[in-house]
Design a protein around this ligand. Structure first.
Ligand SMILES: *Cc1c(COP(=O)(O)O)cnc(C)c1O
Length: 226
């Protein structure tokens, strides 16, 4: 299968999963994750209809973004270091990986210097100590309040990474917890609009959509071999 066919097949699977997600009444955004993918295949994906692309390192993203045509929205899906924030807010349409107040404040500072409003998601770690990044569930309510008070950040939703497992069914409780956390946070803060739930990757995006994901981040299933 070529990249175009893979994208079509993923889109079909997304539509099928949506039918099993009665509570989900928004479109599902497919972000093609292009880390490690060269320019040629990147262009093929764009020609194949992918308009949203994700990277997990600022430097790698920078090298690519200058080479591809406009009309693509880039997403930062990986851990963001504070010394890369200045570049990141210029490069990315949405930062999925805000997971601390210090990082949020660094974005606020750089964004205020250039008069930009930066859409961000709060990355939540539902795996406990086994995952290196992401805010704890216990700190989410505090962080949501603090980030919402920063003038140049637009808190637009939540993101999580489920544990890697052979059996996608095992990821379901994690996705369900993020959905429930979103509902609880919105109940506590009626002015919040957590529009995006970014969860689900190549292995587990169908389960994630059934549990309410409306952004899926897919790399290997599009760019992998076989
Ligand atoms: C690499 C990556 C993905 C895509 O993972 P695949 O398993 O290749 O689909 C999604 N999200 C993040 C944060 C990643 O780093």
């Amino acid at each position: 299968m070529g990249i175009r066919e893979k994208i079509l097949s993923i889109r079909e699977r997304i539509e099928r999963s949506k039918r099993n997600a009665p509570e989900l009444n928004t479109p599902v955004l497919l972000v093609g994750v292009t880390k490690g993918v060269g320019l040629e295949r990147l262009r093929e994906a764009i020609q194949g209809g992918l308009g949203d692309l994700g990277e997990n390192r600022v430097l790698e993203a920078q090298g690519k973004i200058s080479h591809v045509q406009e009309g693509v929205q880039w997403h930062m899906v990986g851990h963001l270091q504070r010394n890369k924030v200045r570049d990141a807010i210029q490069l990315f349409h949405l930062i999925h990986s805000v997971d601390s107040l210090r990082l949020a404040q660094a974005i606020e500072k750089e964004a205020s210097l250039v008069g930009k409003e930066v859409p961000v998601l709060l990355q939540v770690n539902l795996q406990g100590k086994t995952a290196p990044f992401g805010a704890s569930v216990d700190s989410a309510a505090f962080l949501v309040k603090e980030i919402s008070s920063l003038k140049h950040l637009k808190l637009s939703g939540l993101m999580t990474i489920a544990p890697l497992t052979e059996d996608p069914e095992k990821t379901r409780p994690y996705f369900r917890r993020l959905w429930e956390l979103k509902k609880a946070l919105e109940r506590e803060n009626p002015s919040l609009a957590l529009r995006y739930l970014s969860m689900g990757m190549s292995q587990d995006f169908e389960v994630a959509i059934e549990e309410g994901a409306n952004v899926v981040r897919i790399g290997r299933a599009i760019f992998g071999t076989g």
